[in-house]
Design a binder for this molecule. Structure first.
Ligand code: FAD
Length: 433
């Protein structure tokens, strides 16, 4: 089978509006580097940047093209958010742990600006317009308002503002929300341009990135590893696995596949809006709902983008896109006649405790993954810490540090279990619980 058939182009709005990709040749022949990074998404790129800053020679091996995974397909929402609320982190692990987790998430958002400046990533169109969490019922509003007050009182958070139903209608143009919480710290970017610009910058710094180079095997040898691709090998001291929701692409990453459950997330883009519809989401923030089966939306130019759960299982399905489209029209009834120009999906990686994981499998293999669908900022930043792990330090990573491999329990049953949980969540959402 050809590489194109194995890794088809993603029919996304990002793909259509992207800057040219950097020219990155496949790995051919036998080479030597200090560290091999498997996966050319934000995690792999940021790891390469910080390893090189430490004077090591990294090589990134990407099975397809830079940003072909979640990093080139996502909603472009930059936020300092984990799936696990910080009040719950504090209740389970203490206030100090919540403070560490908050610091890391705020740093990850600030770090986006650092990358934009360092690599002149104007094409990433980063805008720090804030993100709005939209409550779909009174119970959810009470819950988010309570979390916002807790964050202000306990962690000194100053960027959150509770909004009324009227303000929400003015902000979003949708009659669907009873209130919400605005975080003035978040932002939006063009995800594929961010990935491509970042890769171009690394290449200009002399870092080697190889595309169309799926890693097919990792073999331990004296003092290191030999990493195999279809047309070459790299001998290195260590490997970093940065394959996230795509860790089942080849058996080379079998050792981490049970750390995450891949979950398909889907997106729709409308045709350019005109007239009154252009008033929707007019502050150009990112918007997420409070439903358990969360949906999110944003503007990209004059199009509205709408995202949510994709198909279950390994393949995309038009049924899932149609369900998403119906949800969009319910939330934005004035879009009923607006055509959808693009629809696409990608895999996010869920973890057992809803926080990302950075860990060490053994003295040669480090891994970083599991952003639970909110990894734009964190995965672009995590490499700074992964580089510390590779060089033998112990970075302060709070719950993100996996002192033991946290595997998904009953992993072989993941598909029916995810379906069951999603169905239960949808039921709770439907009855307003
Ligand atoms: C549709 C969608 C919308 C999202 N929206 C948002 C959002 O708005 N905000 C947000 O914060 N997060 C969002 N996310 C999540 C975010 O995109 C991810 O957390 C982030 O991109 C993870 O980056 P990564 O580098 O770890 O993984 P990926 O970008 O998935 O990269 C993994 C790479 O590994 C490669 N690979 C796998 N196996 C091999 C192998 N054997 N050899 C070589 N290469 C290999 C794959 O080809 C892939 O390119 C979204 C995700 C999706 C799918």
């Amino acid at each position: 089978m050809t590489a194109r058939a194995l890794f088809p182009d993603v029919a996304s709005l990002w793909q259509e509006t992207a800057i040219d990709p950097p020219v990155l040749n496949p790995l051919e022949g036998d080479h030597q580097y200090d560290v091999v990074i498997v996966g050319g998404g934000y995690t792999g790129l940021s790891t390469a940047r910080y390893l090189a800053a430490k004077g090591l020679s990294p090589v990134v091996l990407e099975a397809s093209r830079i940003g072909w995974g979640a990093s080139g397909r996502n909603g472009g929402v930059v936020s300092a958010k984990y799936r696990l609320p910080l009040s719950r982190v504090a209740a389970r692990h203490g206030l100090e742990m919540a403070q560490i987790m908050r610091r890391l998430s705020l740093e990850s958002v600030e770090h986006i600006e650092e990358l934009v400046t360092a690599y002149s990533l104007e094409a990433a169109q980063y805008r720090k317009n804030g993100s709005l969490h939209c409550a779909h019922n009174a119970t959810s509003l009470a819950y988010c308002a309570q979390e916002a007050h807790w964050l202000a009182a306990e962690l000194g958070e100053r960027s959150l503002h509770v909004m009324s139903a009227r303000q929400m209608q003015e902000e979003t143009g949708s009659p669907d929300f009873v209130g919400g919480v605005l975080d003035t710290g978040g932002g939006l970017l063009h995800p594929l341009n961010f990935a491509r610009g970042f890769a171009r910058g690394l290449k200009a710094e002399g870092i080697t990135l190889s595309e169309s180079s799926p890693v097919t095997g990792i073999r331990r040898v004296t003092n290191g590893v030999v990493v195999h691709t279809s047309h070459g090998t790299v001998t290195a001291k260590q490997v970093v696995l940065a394959t996230n929701g795509y860790s089942t692409l080849t058996s080379a990453t079998d050792a981490v596949r049970q750390c995450v459950v891949p979950f398909r997330s889907a997106m729709l883009a409308t045709e350019p809006l005109t007239g009154q519809e252009l008033q929707l989401l007019r502050h150009a923030r990112s918007y997420t709902e409070t439903r358990r089966m969360m949906r999110w939306f944003r503007m990209a130019g004059d199009r509205l983008l709408y995202g949510g759960r994709g198909a279950f299982g390994t393949d995309d399905s038009s049924t899932a896109y149609e369900a998403l489209h119906r949800a969009m029209i319910k939330q934005f009834p004035t879009l009923a006649e607006t055509a959808i120009s693009h629809r696409w999906s990608g895999l996010v990686a869920l973890t057992v405790d809803s926080v990302p994981q950075v860990g060490r499998l053994d003295d040669r293999v480090v891994y970083a993954m599991g952003y639970n669908g909110t990894g734009v900022a964190m995965s672009s930043y995590i490499g700074k810490h992964v580089a510390e792990v590779v060089t033998g330090s112990a970075p302060e990573l709070g719950l993100i540090w996996a002192d033991r491999v946290r595997r998904i329990p009953f992993y072989p049953l993941r598909v029916p279990v995810v379906r069951l949980v999603a169905g239960w969540y949808q039921f709770l959402d439907a009855i307003g619980r």
